[in-house]
Design a protein around this ligand. Structure first.
Ligand code: C2E
Ligand code: MG
Ligand code: MG
Length: 711
């Protein structure tokens, strides 16, 4: 509306009595007693009457003022808002406005101005002096602007919320942070709450309430805000109530928004790294524990069970060693996919490191249900893996324990699943074993046996037995294999199968192996001098002995053995060292050096249990093996026309072509002996010739004929 649409400049004709009923008032009228100014205006806002306070304020007499356009005394800056209100006044609404009126001294003072339309169209107006308050407000606003500016200079956005009127004012930086221009967002908190991530609203109002109620001295909350471009920003909102009403309710609150998106992203990354396995993306050990705790809690309430599966890939190491770590990684990723497919959410599949996985099956109704899922996993892992064109087979062993039947604590459940896994592996792999109390007993016994093993050497509880190895062509005992026995104080005589694995895991095998070597060296020296100067003793050497010679390079132990043989006046050929195929798979530099130093000293290297592992003939050549021992599992199935016979034939032919001699192990029947002889096998070892026996007994044999085998 144009400013002159209400008349401010023209004079009205003098008032008629109808226009001012009851006016002029008597001089001592009570209106004169009021501190505020009161005036009666004509419908076109010329002054008709005024009380003393108003006259005093203007410094004019009634006569001077009467008929003057009253609005001409208004501060021009306040005219638009007054005009707007006057329009409403004409429609019957009351007017209430702070505005400035011209004073006697020529200045303008702030007045709370109220007006009401009288039935005749005249306007009754009152003015109360609020100058002091308005001045203070102005000063405050200027101060506000200053600190808002200061806050914004940090890059923060500033909000200023009039809690009870619901008006919220945002600084330019605030809106700019989210990509909005000032007129795009209404100044109301509801408007901004609508841009807040729904998941964050509840916490936001809790935090707000904590501050409103005085429990928190500051309001502080982290939430996400949707930007104009649809992206989300993480925001730290901090604020404080700066004024309250008499009842302590907040009136005004101010605060800032700080963009913490970058910090949140790096926190998320750190969390991700701390809780997930980088290779497979699976939860790691730490997150698994959290998930298991949650699953236990849910099961505890529902009365159901949780199953813990410990999964270990069989032969993973071989793949890693033979095909390289990149292929090993590929295999782990594919294995992960198969396991997850069998145990999708709400179950959790985690990688514990290496080729070990743990699955938590939640909300399980019966052990059979858990076992069925575990069997599915076994089947899924048994199929061939395709690794960049290479077909690879691995199977898995799984140990299972159930909450709460097999244990209530996480540690117990893990321990029991681990014991079950140990059994699954021991029972030949590619199988599932569920925890039972008997398993626990077995595990405890193993632990006890492990303890006893520490004293076995010093208590002289070990002994060696010797099993002859005979030349098939003439039955002559050419060699013998030294086999370890443990006379346990309470359990009696134990075979190596019962304690070698324990000795390997505890590292005791190193010391024990040294003892065996010393005994064997002395023995072969004795027999060579008394019976046969070319006699040879075979000694079993564990992969652990190769890996941890305890010395910086693998040659050292081989050298020590060579030196000892020299001291005893023995050539290297007096000893053959039996190694397993597994060792060759790990044929790293250390192992190769170690083998080399044995061979340089003249000792023979014999490949034990040939055919049970990877059986790659390429090793035989590459690592200069002198002798292979065909595993008894082949020999025991030897029959005319049997597949095993063809295999033995092939092994013998190829070994001979490479200049390697062949020993058949586990020969138990005459037929086996005959077939091996016909196949051209060089040596035989087995119960059919002789069982392992004490040195004394073998000595008797050597003394008499030195021959075995009923040929
Ligand atoms: P191995 O080196 O393959 O030894 C042959 C095993 O087959 C011996 O079992 C022997 O008693 C058994 N055997 C021999 N002939 C026959 C037969 O005709 N039929 C059957 N069924 N079995 C036969 P043993 O003495 O129980 O030794 C088991 C394994 O323990 C050995 O397998 C070897 O790997 C390991 N071992 C033995 N002594 C030592 C040792 O001093 N150090 C290390 N590291 N390992 C050893
Ligand atoms: Mg052996
Ligand atoms: Mg063997």
């Amino acid at each position: 509306m144009a400013p002159n649409s209400v008349s401010t400049g023209q004079r009205d004709s003098p008032p008629s009595p109808e226009q001012a009923p009851g006016w002029p008032l008597p001089a001592a009228h009570w209106l004169d007693q009021l501190p505020q100014g009161v005036a009666l205006l004509s419908p076109s806002y010329t002054l008709l009457q005024a009380n003393q306070s108003l006259l005093a304020y203007t410094g004019l007499s009634l006569q001077e003022l009467q008929g003057q356009p009253w609005l001409a005394r208004l501060h021009p800056a306040d005219l638009p808002s007054l005009e707007a209100q006057l329009l409403k006044l004409k429609q019957g609404a009351d007017l209430l406005l702070d505005c400035r009126w011209l004073a006697a001294d020529g200045g303008f003072c702030w007045h709370q101005t109220q007006a009401r339309l009288l039935p005749e169209g005249q306007v009754l107006l009152s003015m109360s002096d609020v100058h002091e308050r308005k001045e203070q407000e102005t000063r405050l606003r200027q101060a506000d602007d200053l600190w808002k500016l200061a806050l914004e200079s940090n890059g923060d956005g500033v909000w200023d919320w009039y809690v009870q009127t619901g008006v919220e004012i945002y600084s330019p930086r605030y809106l700019q942070m989210y990509g909005y221009s000032p007129n795009e967002i209404q100044p109301s908190p509801a408007e901004f709450d609508a841009l807040t991530h729904p998941d964050d609203l509840a916490q936001m109002s809790l935090d707000r309430e904590a501050h409103f109620s005085g429990r928190a001295p500051l309001y502080s909350n982290e939430h996400r805000v949707r930007c104009k471009d649809g992206s989300w920003k993480w925001i730290l909102s901090r604020g404080m109530v700066i004024s309250r009403d008499e009842e302590g309710r907040p009136l005004r609150m101010v605060g800032t928004h700080t963009d913490i998106t970058a910090r949140k992203q790096s926190e998320a990354l750190i969390w991700q790294q701390a809780h997930f396995d980088a290779l497979t993306g699976l939860p790691n050990r730490r997150l698994l524990r959290e998930r298991l705790e949650q699953a236990q809690h849910v099961a505890w309430k529902s009365g159901r069970s949780v199953a813990v599966l410990f999964i270990d890939l069989d032969h993973f190491k071989e793949v890693n060693d033979l095909l390289g770590h990149a292929m090993g990684d590929l295999l782990l990723v594919q294995a992960t996919q198969r396991i997850v497919a069998c145990a999708p959410a709400p179950h959790t599949v985690a990688r514990m490191g290496g080729d070990e996985f743990t699955v938590v099956l939640s909300e399980i109704d019966s052990p059979q249900q858990a076992e069925a899922i575990a069997q599915n996993i076994l089947q899924a892992l048994a199929f061939a893996f395709r690794l960049e064109g290479e077909r690879v087979f691995v199977s898995a062993s799984i140990g299972l324990s159930l909450y709460p039947a097999d244990g209530e604590q996480i540690e117990t459940l893990f321990k029991h699943a681990d014991q079950a896994l140990y059994m699954a592996k021991g029972a030949g792999r590619n199988r599932l074993c569920r925890f039972t109390p008997a398993l626990q007993t077995a595990a405890q016994e193993r632990a006890r046996l492990g303890n006893d093993l520490h004293d076995a050497l010093s208590e002289q509880q070990f002994s060696l037995v010797y099993q002859p190895i005979v030349r098939l062509s003439d039955g002559l005992i050419h060699k013998a294999e030294a086999l370890l026995r443990w006379q346990h104080p309470s359990r009696g005589l134990l075979g190596p199968g019962e304690f070698i694995p324990l000795a390997e895991t505890s590292g005791l095998i190193i010391e024990i192996g040294e003892w065996v070597f010393e005994q064997v060296a002395l023995q072969v020296q004795d027999w060579r001098s008394r019976f046969n100067p070319r006699f040879q003793l075979n000694i079993n050497k564990s992969p652990v002995q190769f890996r941890s010679s305890g010395l910086p390079n693998g040659q050292a132990q081989g050298h020590a053995w060579a030196r000892r043989l020299k001291e005893l006046g023995l050539p290297g050929q007096a000893i053959a060292v039996e190694i397993t195929e597994g060792l060759l798979l790990e044929a790293d530099e250390l192992v190769t050096l170690h083998l080399d130093s044995l061979r340089k000293a003249g000792m023979q290297v014999s490949l034990d249990d040939f055919g049970t592992g990877y059986s790659s003939l390429s090793y035989l050549q590459r690592l200069a093996i002198d002798q292979v021992k065909i595993d008894k599992s082949f020999v025991s199935h030897l029959k005319t026309g049997a597949k095993e016979l063809a295999l033995c034939n092939a092994i013998i032919t190829m070994a001979h072509a490479l200049g390697i001699e062949v020993v058949a192990e586990g020969v138990e029947t005459e037929e086996q002996h005959r077939l091996l002889l016909e196949a051209g096998c060089d040596f035989g070892q087995g119960y059919w010739y002789a069982r392992p026996m004490p040195a004394q007994a073998l000595e008797e044999l050597l003394k008499t004929s030195g021959r075995l085998g009923k040929t």
